[in-house]
Structure formats: structure tokens, C-alpha cells
Design a protein around this ligand. Sequence first.
Ligand SMILES: [Zn+2]
Length: 454
Amino acid sequence: MEKRVYDLIDSYQDDFVHTLRRWVQVPSVKADAAPGAPFGKEVRRMLDMALADADAMGFQTRGFDGYAGDITLPGGEDTVAVLGHLDVVPAGDGWMVEPFAAVMKSDKLYGRGTGDDKGPSLCALYAMRAIKEAGIPLRKSIRLILGCDEESGWEDMDYYCAHADMPDLGFSPDASFPLINTEKGMIHLYLRAPLSTEGLQVKRLWTGERVNVIPGECTALLAGGEELAQRIRTYAIRVNLPYTAEVGAEGVWVTAEGIPGHSAYPEGCRNAIGMMLLLLKELGVQGALLTLADAVGMESDGASLGVAYTDEVSGSLTCNMGILHLEDGELTTTLDMRVPITADLESLMNTALARLTGFTADVAETKAPHHVPADSELVTALLAAYAEETGEAAKPQYTGGGTYAKVLKQGVAFGAAFPDDEDLAHQAGEYVFISKMVKATKIFANALIRLAGA
Ligand SMILES: [Zn+2]
């Protein structure tokens, strides 16, 4: 890449830090809608600030009624898009510094939104600024699109697509390097079945709020007394898992302690509902709960359900229960399945339902898989830019989660976290290294010159 572009990016560093701190100091968490502010006044203030900053750098900017904005460096009729977002999740508990004070400690800048996604969005803006000020000739335009509702319902992109011409091709710096070109498909199933009146009786069980969360704790009230509690304690020792049992006036209260997490990333998690089901099976439960214990249990790969599947580009299918509610003689449960791109969703579902005798199913939500081929011009250009700046020849990655990139027909997630960074998105203590932000800016400039340069 041209030395002028590097030098310019280095020269922006103080300005970059100053700007990012101002951005982080706006608590752009989704709030009640106000006129001109569909996601709350702070989100609107953030959008206005970002567009004013870009304006001051000499870019063309457009606002879309508080839903989104865009910043353009003109170069031709075709457009390369960069897609970031300005909204943030709430600060949450556990911070050692004030989450919206943008505290600097040597190379680190702390604050909600530093890494997700204000810092990376700003890297893209400064990359565009360097390209502009270095006078790099372009054959395509470059457009930074800034959304305001990524963390919630993506209404920003619905509005933007309805009011602007969405480019086909580009990247979203809202994940990590090297690059994610594959997102598994998703299906959320709600399952119902009548409970059996035979065998062990479960008097109360109500675990899980969300279909895409692996629950970390499951508590149930079972019909029985001290003898049953003793059997539970013996079982806990035998399988070496944390169950507790206490005898109360109504029966035995039993708790299974799992390891919670996101359904798209079950590795390292332990589903507390699955633990409970295996215990109930051991204690002689019958009917739908037994079927569920046998067909799913503590598995997250869908093996016993008959849906285990792996392909090379997108990895393995995952399948997790998120909810188990017992009420009025009926159980309700959910399955969150993340499905490799070459699998046939319909036939997988039919296989799963055939295994779950006695259950009825409703499909609550599906998401088509998203894939941009590894040998496409986009992926090869971005990975070449990454390799030139880091010295690492990397392969594209897959995810079971969803990224903003799929808003673009040919979109991939590219940066701005590095593979060795702590993943602090949505966590307490979110921070970025300024030196890595500078590096990401250079990677983006390199990538944009490859994609849009003359
Ligand atoms: Zn994000």
C-alpha cells in the first residue's frame, strides 16, 4: 500500500482517539422513541455527531430520519459498502471504570461501544479519510453505512433498504479478523407434549426465558421424600455433576447447575435442562420427559435426535434446548438449531420430529444461511489486505451466530477485533487497544483500495 496512506493514518491517531472518546461518551442505548428518534434521543444524538464529524472531514453525508446514516467517498457508479453501527447494549454491571466516561489507560480505551461497534466504524471512516486525502484514484465509490438498531431488531436496515439503494457488496467490521464468510442457517422450534401420569411425577419445573440461551440452572419440585433425595445425591456423585436435593413440605426440590451460554456457541457450556432430564430419566420419569431425555438430553450436536451434520465450510450443526416449562399437564420446550449451509433444513426437521413421538411443533423463527464463496473477489481481496498488514495468510471462518454482514447480498464480517483479543462485546470492561485500532484502519484502507481503487 502507498506509504502516504500509512503516514496519514499514523498522523490521525490523536484525532482518532479524541473522536472515539466523544462517541463513546454518548450512551446510545436503545430507548423509547421520540420524534425523529426512533431508537431514543441518545441514539439520534450519536448519529448526528457521527455525520457531523464526517461532514467536517469533507465527506458527503445523508441521514435517514434517525434510523441510519451514510458517508460517501465518490469514485464511480458501483459502490463498496462498509456497514457498522452506532447503537450499544446497556452497560450492565461489573465495570471497574465508568462505562461511558471513555477512560484511557496507556494504550487501552475503556467504554461501552469501544469495540462494538463505534471503534471499528471509526476505523473505517479514518481509512476513507486517508484514501481521500492521499488522493488515491477510485473506480468505485466507498460508502460507510451506520445503523442505529443492530443490537435490537435491525429496523434500521429495513428503513435504510426502503429509502436508499443498498449496495450489494461490502464488509461489516462488527466481528473479528480474519474474516467470516459463512453463517449457518437457524431454526427455532417450539415443542409441546402431554405429560405422562405414570412413573415419577414432576410437580413444578419452569426453566428458561429465551430460546437462544443455554440455561445455567434448572430447578424442579418432585413428588417424593428423603429416599428420593438420597437417590439424587448418589446419582450426582456417580455422574460427577452438580445436583442438589432438599426435602421440603411439598416434595423434593432439586437443582441442576449447568454452564450457561449462547445457543450458537455451545462449546464449553452445560445445559441445565439436559442435566435435569437425565436425572429424571434415572429416577423413572415416563412419557414426553423420557423421550426428551433420550432424544436430546445433554447433547448439543443433535446426535440422538438424528440430525447431527457437519460440512467443511460451515462446521457442525448445533442443537440446544432453551426453555422447559411444565404447566397444566403439558410440557413446552424449545430447540435452537444452527444448521450447516449444505444441509436440508426441511428433512432435518422431519427427522427430528419423527424421533420426538407425541410432540407437536411450531416453527417460531427461521434464518436462511449466508455464504460468500472463499474464492470470490471480495473474500480474496480482504484476506490479501489482512495478510499484507499482519503477515498472516488466514482462511475464512464460519459462525453459528448472526452478523450485520448479511444485510449485504455479498457481505462478510471483517474485523475489527484481532484473533488474540479478549472477546468483550456486551461484557463489562469492554475496551480496545488504540494501537490495534490504528492497525485495523490500515487493513481497512488497504482492503478498500483493493476493492475500489482504480
Ligand atoms: Zn455489533
